[in-house]
Design a protein around this ligand. Structure first.
Ligand SMILES: C=C1C[C@]23C[C@@]1(O)CC[C@H]2[C@@]12CCC[C@@](C)(C(=O)O1)[C@H]2[C@@H]3C(=O)O
Ligand SMILES: O=C(O)CCC(=O)C(=O)O
Ligand SMILES: [Fe+2]
Length: 351
Protein backbone atom coordinates (compact mmCIF):
# COMPACT_ATOMS: atom_id res chain seq x y z
CA UNK A 1 0.00 0.00 0.00
CA UNK A 2 1.45 3.42 -0.91
CA UNK A 3 2.24 5.65 2.09
CA UNK A 4 0.30 8.90 2.39
CA UNK A 5 3.41 10.99 1.65
CA UNK A 6 4.18 9.19 -1.59
CA UNK A 7 3.21 10.55 -5.03
CA UNK A 8 -0.16 8.95 -5.86
CA UNK A 9 -1.21 7.96 -9.36
CA UNK A 10 -4.94 8.44 -10.09
CA UNK A 11 -4.92 5.00 -11.69
CA UNK A 12 -4.35 3.38 -8.27
CA UNK A 13 -6.82 5.30 -6.09
CA UNK A 14 -9.08 2.27 -5.50
CA UNK A 15 -6.32 0.39 -3.64
CA UNK A 16 -5.58 3.14 -1.08
CA UNK A 17 -6.57 2.54 2.57
CA UNK A 18 -6.03 6.14 3.69
CA UNK A 19 -6.82 9.46 2.07
CA UNK A 20 -3.58 11.15 0.96
CA UNK A 21 -3.12 14.80 1.97
CA UNK A 22 -3.24 15.97 -1.66
CA UNK A 23 -6.78 14.49 -1.94
CA UNK A 24 -8.05 15.81 1.41
CA UNK A 25 -10.35 18.78 0.89
CA UNK A 26 -10.97 21.30 3.66
CA UNK A 27 -14.39 21.37 5.26
CA UNK A 28 -14.57 25.16 4.98
CA UNK A 29 -13.14 27.83 2.66
CA UNK A 30 -12.45 27.89 -1.08
CA UNK A 31 -11.27 24.26 -1.30
CA UNK A 32 -14.17 23.02 0.76
CA UNK A 33 -16.02 19.88 -0.29
CA UNK A 34 -19.11 21.51 1.09
CA UNK A 35 -18.80 24.91 -0.60
CA UNK A 36 -20.93 26.84 -1.62
CA UNK A 37 -23.39 25.41 0.93
CA UNK A 38 -23.18 22.62 3.45
CA UNK A 39 -26.81 21.58 3.18
CA UNK A 40 -28.08 18.59 1.23
CA UNK A 41 -31.82 18.11 0.87
CA UNK A 42 -34.32 15.35 0.18
CA UNK A 43 -35.86 16.99 -2.92
CA UNK A 44 -34.79 15.84 -6.35
CA UNK A 45 -34.74 16.88 -9.99
CA UNK A 46 -37.79 15.85 -12.05
CA UNK A 47 -38.06 12.62 -14.03
CA UNK A 48 -39.64 13.39 -17.41
CA UNK A 49 -41.15 10.83 -19.77
CA UNK A 50 -40.25 12.01 -23.28
CA UNK A 51 -43.44 10.42 -24.64
CA UNK A 52 -45.60 12.63 -22.38
CA UNK A 53 -47.85 14.92 -24.48
CA UNK A 54 -46.85 17.82 -22.19
CA UNK A 55 -43.14 17.21 -22.68
CA UNK A 56 -42.34 20.76 -23.85
CA UNK A 57 -43.87 22.38 -20.77
CA UNK A 58 -42.33 19.79 -18.44
CA UNK A 59 -38.85 20.28 -19.91
CA UNK A 60 -39.21 24.06 -19.85
CA UNK A 61 -40.22 24.07 -16.17
CA UNK A 62 -37.44 21.65 -15.21
CA UNK A 63 -34.84 23.78 -17.00
CA UNK A 64 -35.97 27.01 -15.39
CA UNK A 65 -36.31 25.54 -11.90
CA UNK A 66 -33.45 23.07 -11.73
CA UNK A 67 -31.27 23.31 -14.83
CA UNK A 68 -31.27 19.49 -14.74
CA UNK A 69 -33.71 16.60 -15.05
CA UNK A 70 -33.83 12.87 -15.73
CA UNK A 71 -35.45 11.43 -18.86
CA UNK A 72 -37.23 8.13 -19.48
CA UNK A 73 -38.38 6.78 -22.87
CA UNK A 74 -35.46 8.56 -24.49
CA UNK A 75 -34.97 6.00 -27.27
CA UNK A 76 -31.37 5.02 -26.42
CA UNK A 77 -31.20 1.22 -26.21
CA UNK A 78 -30.22 -0.40 -22.92
CA UNK A 79 -27.71 -2.49 -24.90
CA UNK A 80 -25.84 0.61 -26.06
CA UNK A 81 -25.76 2.00 -22.49
CA UNK A 82 -24.51 -1.38 -21.19
CA UNK A 83 -21.92 -1.59 -23.97
CA UNK A 84 -20.38 1.81 -23.24
CA UNK A 85 -20.45 1.14 -19.50
CA UNK A 86 -18.66 -2.17 -19.95
CA UNK A 87 -16.11 -0.57 -22.33
CA UNK A 88 -15.43 1.99 -19.58
CA UNK A 89 -15.07 -0.72 -16.92
CA UNK A 90 -12.67 -2.70 -19.12
CA UNK A 91 -10.50 0.39 -19.45
CA UNK A 92 -10.54 1.46 -15.78
CA UNK A 93 -9.84 -2.11 -14.60
CA UNK A 94 -6.50 -2.04 -16.44
CA UNK A 95 -3.25 -1.62 -14.50
CA UNK A 96 -2.26 2.00 -13.89
CA UNK A 97 0.80 1.80 -16.22
CA UNK A 98 -1.41 0.63 -19.09
CA UNK A 99 -3.91 3.45 -18.52
CA UNK A 100 -1.08 5.98 -18.40
CA UNK A 101 0.08 4.82 -21.83
CA UNK A 102 -3.24 6.25 -23.07
CA UNK A 103 -2.69 9.60 -21.30
CA UNK A 104 -3.85 12.69 -23.16
CA UNK A 105 -0.86 14.61 -24.46
CA UNK A 106 -2.33 17.88 -23.21
CA UNK A 107 -5.24 18.47 -20.82
CA UNK A 108 -8.55 18.58 -22.69
CA UNK A 109 -7.42 16.47 -25.67
CA UNK A 110 -8.55 12.84 -26.10
CA UNK A 111 -7.06 10.36 -23.68
CA UNK A 112 -6.68 9.36 -20.06
CA UNK A 113 -6.22 11.79 -17.19
CA UNK A 114 -7.61 14.15 -14.60
CA UNK A 115 -10.65 16.28 -15.45
CA UNK A 116 -9.74 19.48 -17.29
CA UNK A 117 -11.07 21.65 -14.43
CA UNK A 118 -8.47 20.17 -12.04
CA UNK A 119 -6.04 22.97 -12.91
CA UNK A 120 -8.24 25.40 -10.92
CA UNK A 121 -8.05 23.46 -7.64
CA UNK A 122 -5.19 22.97 -5.20
CA UNK A 123 -6.53 19.60 -4.06
CA UNK A 124 -6.86 16.55 -6.27
CA UNK A 125 -10.15 14.93 -7.19
CA UNK A 126 -10.92 11.31 -6.39
CA UNK A 127 -11.51 10.20 -9.97
CA UNK A 128 -9.93 9.20 -13.23
CA UNK A 129 -11.34 9.60 -16.72
CA UNK A 130 -10.93 9.16 -20.44
CA UNK A 131 -11.93 12.03 -22.73
CA UNK A 132 -13.00 11.52 -26.33
CA UNK A 133 -12.92 14.97 -27.91
CA UNK A 134 -11.45 14.26 -31.35
CA UNK A 135 -10.43 11.29 -33.50
CA UNK A 136 -7.16 10.74 -31.64
CA UNK A 137 -8.91 8.43 -29.16
CA UNK A 138 -8.71 5.80 -31.94
CA UNK A 139 -4.91 5.67 -31.68
CA UNK A 140 -5.25 4.94 -27.94
CA UNK A 141 -7.91 2.29 -28.59
CA UNK A 142 -5.69 0.63 -31.19
CA UNK A 143 -2.80 0.18 -28.77
CA UNK A 144 -5.07 -0.72 -25.83
CA UNK A 145 -7.26 -3.23 -27.71
CA UNK A 146 -5.73 -4.33 -31.04
CA UNK A 147 -8.23 -7.22 -31.28
CA UNK A 148 -11.35 -5.36 -30.15
CA UNK A 149 -10.45 -2.05 -31.81
CA UNK A 150 -13.23 -2.13 -34.42
CA UNK A 151 -15.85 -3.26 -31.91
CA UNK A 152 -14.94 -0.55 -29.36
CA UNK A 153 -14.71 2.26 -31.93
CA UNK A 154 -18.11 1.07 -33.22
CA UNK A 155 -19.63 1.51 -29.75
CA UNK A 156 -18.24 5.05 -29.47
CA UNK A 157 -19.47 5.99 -32.96
CA UNK A 158 -22.95 4.59 -32.33
CA UNK A 159 -23.09 6.34 -28.94
CA UNK A 160 -22.07 9.68 -30.48
CA UNK A 161 -24.65 9.34 -33.27
CA UNK A 162 -27.52 8.41 -30.94
CA UNK A 163 -26.63 11.06 -28.36
CA UNK A 164 -26.36 13.79 -30.99
CA UNK A 165 -29.91 12.95 -32.20
CA UNK A 166 -31.25 12.95 -28.64
CA UNK A 167 -29.48 16.22 -27.78
CA UNK A 168 -30.91 17.95 -30.89
CA UNK A 169 -34.39 16.68 -29.99
CA UNK A 170 -34.06 18.03 -26.44
CA UNK A 171 -32.81 21.37 -27.76
CA UNK A 172 -35.89 21.66 -30.02
CA UNK A 173 -38.28 20.92 -27.13
CA UNK A 174 -36.59 23.27 -24.68
CA UNK A 175 -36.50 26.07 -27.26
CA UNK A 176 -40.20 25.35 -27.87
CA UNK A 177 -40.86 26.09 -24.20
CA UNK A 178 -39.33 29.54 -24.79
CA UNK A 179 -41.57 30.11 -27.82
CA UNK A 180 -38.81 29.76 -30.43
CA UNK A 181 -37.59 27.04 -32.79
CA UNK A 182 -34.21 25.85 -34.00
CA UNK A 183 -34.76 27.96 -37.15
CA UNK A 184 -34.55 31.04 -34.92
CA UNK A 185 -30.95 30.18 -34.08
CA UNK A 186 -28.94 32.09 -36.64
CA UNK A 187 -25.96 29.73 -36.39
CA UNK A 188 -27.89 26.48 -36.75
CA UNK A 189 -28.55 27.19 -40.41
CA UNK A 190 -24.97 28.30 -41.05
CA UNK A 191 -23.62 25.24 -39.23
CA UNK A 192 -25.77 22.91 -41.36
CA UNK A 193 -24.34 24.44 -44.51
CA UNK A 194 -20.75 25.06 -43.46
CA UNK A 195 -19.81 21.50 -44.41
CA UNK A 196 -17.58 21.50 -41.33
CA UNK A 197 -17.11 18.23 -39.56
CA UNK A 198 -15.46 19.94 -36.59
CA UNK A 199 -17.12 18.26 -33.63
CA UNK A 200 -18.50 20.47 -30.91
CA UNK A 201 -18.86 17.63 -28.48
CA UNK A 202 -16.93 15.37 -26.14
CA UNK A 203 -17.55 12.13 -24.32
CA UNK A 204 -16.02 11.77 -20.88
CA UNK A 205 -15.83 8.35 -19.28
CA UNK A 206 -15.59 8.98 -15.52
CA UNK A 207 -14.55 6.51 -12.85
CA UNK A 208 -14.84 7.18 -9.11
CA UNK A 209 -13.05 4.42 -7.17
CA UNK A 210 -14.08 3.48 -3.61
CA UNK A 211 -12.73 6.05 -1.20
CA UNK A 212 -11.48 5.53 2.39
CA UNK A 213 -12.81 8.93 3.57
CA UNK A 214 -15.58 10.06 1.20
CA UNK A 215 -16.75 12.93 3.42
CA UNK A 216 -13.36 14.67 2.98
CA UNK A 217 -12.89 13.88 -0.72
CA UNK A 218 -14.58 15.01 -3.93
CA UNK A 219 -14.94 13.02 -7.17
CA UNK A 220 -15.50 15.98 -9.45
CA UNK A 221 -15.51 19.48 -7.96
CA UNK A 222 -18.39 21.92 -8.45
CA UNK A 223 -18.54 23.18 -12.03
CA UNK A 224 -20.83 24.02 -14.90
CA UNK A 225 -20.35 22.30 -18.27
CA UNK A 226 -19.39 24.55 -21.19
CA UNK A 227 -21.97 22.85 -23.39
CA UNK A 228 -25.46 23.56 -24.71
CA UNK A 229 -26.46 20.50 -22.72
CA UNK A 230 -24.89 17.36 -21.30
CA UNK A 231 -26.48 13.90 -21.25
CA UNK A 232 -25.18 11.67 -18.46
CA UNK A 233 -25.50 7.93 -18.07
CA UNK A 234 -24.67 6.94 -14.50
CA UNK A 235 -24.23 3.37 -13.33
CA UNK A 236 -26.69 2.21 -10.66
CA UNK A 237 -24.61 4.03 -8.07
CA UNK A 238 -25.46 7.62 -7.08
CA UNK A 239 -22.94 10.43 -6.60
CA UNK A 240 -24.09 13.28 -8.81
CA UNK A 241 -25.36 16.37 -7.00
CA UNK A 242 -26.81 19.54 -8.51
CA UNK A 243 -26.82 22.90 -6.78
CA UNK A 244 -29.98 24.94 -6.40
CA UNK A 245 -29.81 28.38 -4.84
CA UNK A 246 -33.02 27.81 -2.80
CA UNK A 247 -32.05 24.49 -1.24
CA UNK A 248 -28.36 23.69 -1.65
CA UNK A 249 -26.94 20.41 -2.96
CA UNK A 250 -29.46 17.90 -4.24
CA UNK A 251 -28.50 14.28 -4.89
CA UNK A 252 -29.62 12.74 -8.18
CA UNK A 253 -30.64 9.16 -7.35
CA UNK A 254 -30.14 6.84 -10.32
CA UNK A 255 -33.37 5.66 -11.96
CA UNK A 256 -32.80 2.41 -13.91
CA UNK A 257 -32.70 3.13 -17.64
CA UNK A 258 -33.05 6.91 -17.21
CA UNK A 259 -30.50 9.49 -18.37
CA UNK A 260 -29.63 12.75 -16.61
CA UNK A 261 -29.59 15.98 -18.61
CA UNK A 262 -28.00 19.20 -17.43
CA UNK A 263 -27.93 22.65 -18.97
CA UNK A 264 -24.54 24.08 -19.89
CA UNK A 265 -23.08 27.56 -20.42
CA UNK A 266 -23.83 27.76 -24.16
CA UNK A 267 -27.57 27.32 -23.49
CA UNK A 268 -27.25 30.04 -20.88
CA UNK A 269 -25.84 32.32 -23.62
CA UNK A 270 -28.38 31.26 -26.29
CA UNK A 271 -31.31 31.87 -23.95
CA UNK A 272 -29.84 35.20 -22.74
CA UNK A 273 -29.73 33.78 -19.20
CA UNK A 274 -33.38 32.62 -19.17
CA UNK A 275 -32.20 29.01 -18.93
CA UNK A 276 -29.13 29.15 -16.70
CA UNK A 277 -26.36 26.57 -16.63
CA UNK A 278 -26.38 24.42 -13.51
CA UNK A 279 -23.57 23.91 -10.98
CA UNK A 280 -23.02 20.24 -10.25
CA UNK A 281 -20.41 17.92 -8.76
CA UNK A 282 -19.78 14.23 -8.02
CA UNK A 283 -19.32 12.81 -4.51
CA UNK A 284 -17.59 9.50 -3.84
CA UNK A 285 -18.43 6.41 -1.87
CA UNK A 286 -16.85 4.20 0.77
CA UNK A 287 -18.15 0.85 -0.44
CA UNK A 288 -18.76 0.93 -4.16
CA UNK A 289 -17.00 2.45 -7.13
CA UNK A 290 -19.00 4.37 -9.71
CA UNK A 291 -18.87 4.90 -13.46
CA UNK A 292 -20.53 7.73 -15.36
CA UNK A 293 -20.50 8.61 -19.04
CA UNK A 294 -21.06 12.23 -19.98
CA UNK A 295 -21.96 13.29 -23.53
CA UNK A 296 -21.06 16.97 -23.65
CA UNK A 297 -22.86 18.60 -26.58
CA UNK A 298 -21.82 21.95 -28.00
CA UNK A 299 -24.44 22.05 -30.75
CA UNK A 300 -24.23 21.35 -34.48
CA UNK A 301 -20.74 21.13 -35.99
CA UNK A 302 -19.07 24.19 -37.47
CA UNK A 303 -17.01 27.04 -36.14
CA UNK A 304 -19.93 29.46 -35.95
CA UNK A 305 -20.73 32.14 -33.39
CA UNK A 306 -23.22 31.49 -30.62
CA UNK A 307 -25.21 34.49 -29.41
CA UNK A 308 -28.48 35.13 -27.56
CA UNK A 309 -31.39 34.26 -29.87
CA UNK A 310 -32.76 37.57 -31.11
CA UNK A 311 -36.41 36.48 -30.72
CA UNK A 312 -35.75 35.73 -27.04
CA UNK A 313 -33.90 38.98 -26.48
CA UNK A 314 -36.78 40.87 -28.16
CA UNK A 315 -36.62 43.92 -30.43
CA UNK A 316 -35.64 46.29 -27.62
CA UNK A 317 -34.28 43.97 -24.96
CA UNK A 318 -30.56 43.95 -24.21
CA UNK A 319 -28.43 41.06 -25.38
CA UNK A 320 -26.46 40.12 -22.27
CA UNK A 321 -23.65 38.15 -23.93
CA UNK A 322 -21.42 38.88 -26.88
CA UNK A 323 -21.22 36.40 -29.79
CA UNK A 324 -18.65 33.69 -29.28
CA UNK A 325 -17.52 30.43 -30.89
CA UNK A 326 -17.33 27.15 -28.95
CA UNK A 327 -13.53 27.07 -29.27
CA UNK A 328 -13.19 30.64 -28.04
CA UNK A 329 -15.53 29.94 -25.13
CA UNK A 330 -13.47 26.90 -24.10
CA UNK A 331 -10.31 29.02 -24.28
CA UNK A 332 -11.85 31.60 -21.92
CA UNK A 333 -13.35 28.94 -19.63
CA UNK A 334 -9.94 27.37 -19.09
CA UNK A 335 -8.44 30.75 -18.26
CA UNK A 336 -11.05 32.06 -15.84
CA UNK A 337 -13.19 28.98 -15.06
CA UNK A 338 -16.38 30.01 -13.19
CA UNK A 339 -16.03 33.64 -14.35
CA UNK A 340 -16.30 32.69 -18.05
CA UNK A 341 -19.91 33.84 -18.48
CA UNK A 342 -19.07 37.12 -16.70
CA UNK A 343 -16.07 37.55 -18.98
CA UNK A 344 -18.25 37.60 -22.10
CA UNK A 345 -21.09 39.62 -20.57
CA UNK A 346 -21.82 42.92 -22.30
CA UNK A 347 -20.91 45.71 -19.87
CA UNK A 348 -23.61 48.23 -20.74
CA UNK A 349 -26.22 46.27 -22.69
CA UNK A 350 -28.46 48.44 -24.80
CA UNK A 351 -30.12 46.21 -27.38
C1 LIG B 1 -15.12 19.81 -24.90
C2 LIG B 1 -14.82 19.86 -23.64
C3 LIG B 1 -15.81 20.07 -22.54
C4 LIG B 1 -15.00 19.76 -21.30
C5 LIG B 1 -13.66 20.31 -21.69
C6 LIG B 1 -13.47 19.69 -23.07
O1 LIG B 1 -12.44 20.33 -23.79
C7 LIG B 1 -13.15 18.19 -22.93
C8 LIG B 1 -13.63 17.61 -21.59
C9 LIG B 1 -14.92 18.22 -21.06
C10 LIG B 1 -15.02 18.06 -19.55
C11 LIG B 1 -15.60 16.70 -19.10
C12 LIG B 1 -15.69 16.66 -17.57
C13 LIG B 1 -16.25 17.95 -16.94
C14 LIG B 1 -15.59 19.18 -17.61
C15 LIG B 1 -16.02 20.46 -16.90
C16 LIG B 1 -14.11 18.96 -17.67
O2 LIG B 1 -13.29 19.22 -16.81
O3 LIG B 1 -13.78 18.34 -18.85
C17 LIG B 1 -15.93 19.17 -19.09
C18 LIG B 1 -15.46 20.33 -19.96
C19 LIG B 1 -16.41 21.49 -20.07
O4 LIG B 1 -17.63 21.31 -20.23
O5 LIG B 1 -15.89 22.63 -20.02
O1 LIG C 1 -20.14 11.74 -12.76
C1 LIG C 1 -21.03 12.55 -12.60
O2 LIG C 1 -22.07 12.31 -12.02
C2 LIG C 1 -20.85 13.96 -13.13
C3 LIG C 1 -19.97 14.03 -14.35
C4 LIG C 1 -19.86 15.41 -14.89
O3 LIG C 1 -20.34 16.36 -14.32
C5 LIG C 1 -19.15 15.62 -16.16
O4 LIG C 1 -18.54 14.67 -16.71
O5 LIG C 1 -19.20 16.77 -16.65
FE1 LIG D 1 -20.28 18.16 -15.60
Amino acid sequence: MPSITEEVSIGDLGSLQTLPESFTWKLTGADSVLSPSSETVEESIPLIDLSDPDVTTLLGNACKTWGAFQIANHGISQKLLDDIESLSKTFFDMPSEKKLEAASSDKGVSGYGEPRISLFFKKKMWSEGFTIADGSYRNHFLSLWPHDFTKYCGIIEEYEGEMEKLASRLLCCILGSLGVTVDDIEWAYKAKNSGSKVGRRAIRLNHYPVCPEPERAIGLAAHTDSTILTILHQSNMGGLQVFREECGWVTVEPVPGALVVNIGDLFHILSNGKIPSVIHRARVNHNRSRISIAYLWGGPAGDVEIRPISKIVGPVGPSLYRPITWNEYLRIKYQVFDKALDAIRVVNPTN
